[in-house]
Write a protein that binds this ligand. Sequence first.
Ligand SMILES: Cc1cc2nc3c(=O)[nH]c(=O)nc-3n(C[C@H](O)[C@H](O)[C@H](O)COP(=O)(O)OP(=O)(O)OC[C@H]3O[C@@H](n4cnc5c(N)ncnc54)[C@H](O)[C@@H]3O)c2cc1C
Length: 393
Amino acid sequence: MSGVVIVGGGLAGQRCAETLRRSGYRDPIVMVCGEPHLPYDRPPLSKDLLFDGAAEESLSFRSPVWYEEKAVELRLGVPAVGLDTFERRVHLGDGSCVAYEHLLIATGARPRRIPTFEGYENVTTLRTREDACGLGAALVPGTRLLVIGAGFIGQEVASAARKAGVQTTIIEAASAPLESVLGSELGGWFADLHRANGAKLLLEHRVAAVHGDRRADAVTLDDGRMVHCDHVLVGVGVEPDLRWLGSSALGRPIADRSGVRTDADGRTDIAGIYAAGDAAAAFDPLLERHVLGNHWESAGRQGSRAARAMLGLEQGPRGVSSFWSDLYGTRVQYLGHASLADEVNVDGDPQACEFTATFTMRERPVAVLLVGRSQMLPRARELLSAATEMAFA
Ligand SMILES: Cc1cc2nc3c(=O)[nH]c(=O)nc-3n(C[C@H](O)[C@H](O)[C@H](O)COP(=O)(O)OP(=O)(O)OC[C@H]3O[C@@H](n4cnc5c(N)ncnc54)[C@H](O)[C@@H]3O)c2cc1C
């Protein structure tokens, strides 16, 4: 039998390789990376790195020496193009194939696109190093940036752009940023934060038409208003990148864009095949359904757990799912599942960007939002872990 093949050189794949070697696994590990770079981290791409190309090298999780020493074979710039679950082989874009005993699907996600914006050279999304370099170069002081979507990526780019003196307008269909996750009151806090920092927010609006020839010069909104722009960032979420699975047995989930379904430890229904990170929809016992991670913490955790599952090792507690963001110099941290809540209590001073929002369901804490209160992260984790344990007791 021929070892572990990891398809995807992001955080999930990297943590899987690290956990395997740390746990004493000695058989071959091959990482198939579609991008031509060493496996690298994405969060800095929408933050400082957007305007600091020099820091790019610091994105790599490990140096080339680490991969040599740990005998992790990297196939850089070679995408997987097919999977034969019967022969246990992954077909690669260069015509070769690699056999596996265990396979990790960790191909992440790709940005959703909006058909109206297709074909314009100044309309971009943000997922890769190249995307960040292109976007950073386009954002010189005085440029008019249009951000479509007030999710975390759109908001982080708006924050970085304002810091660089870019005129920034965010267009969002909901009545507040992150409203569907945090509710309208807390979403309103995010809206105020952008306005206080000079970004313009056009809420409850959609783009009806794009004007321009090769470049998008302006958009018309659904109320007939026209907004001029020099660059457009489309930040309307992501979907699992599973195109390479094609018509293999696991290709089925592509149709509904719901990710590769796994148990809480990354196992799929097919023996020897695991999935982790943004490509996976892992079963969440608390929510009692499969959920896409789409966060850094879940990608790392799932990659490690999949490695332990491959080796038949015991798993530790799942921990609390979490996400962080940096906006205008303020750290925002979110833990748990606010969607379960029937009440939210805010403690602190939202105006001073320093508060905690605790979400409860029948008085049991289910989520916490920390703004400017990083020091309270361990306490928030404890609170939610204890509440989760009680729920399963
Ligand atoms: C700009 C940006 C900022 C972010 N900021 C935050 C943040 O502040 N906080 C947070 O919690 N999360 C953040 N995230 C989300 C977090 O980075 C992701 O959840 C995480 O990177 C997912 O890791 P992954 O390994 O599943 O996928 P990825 O990191 O996407 O890695 C998947 C890799 O697989 C490769 N691949 C795809 N198809 C193939 C193929 N067929 N063959 C071979 N390789 C393939 C891709 O090119 C990619 O390199 C951010 C994401 C982005 C893009």
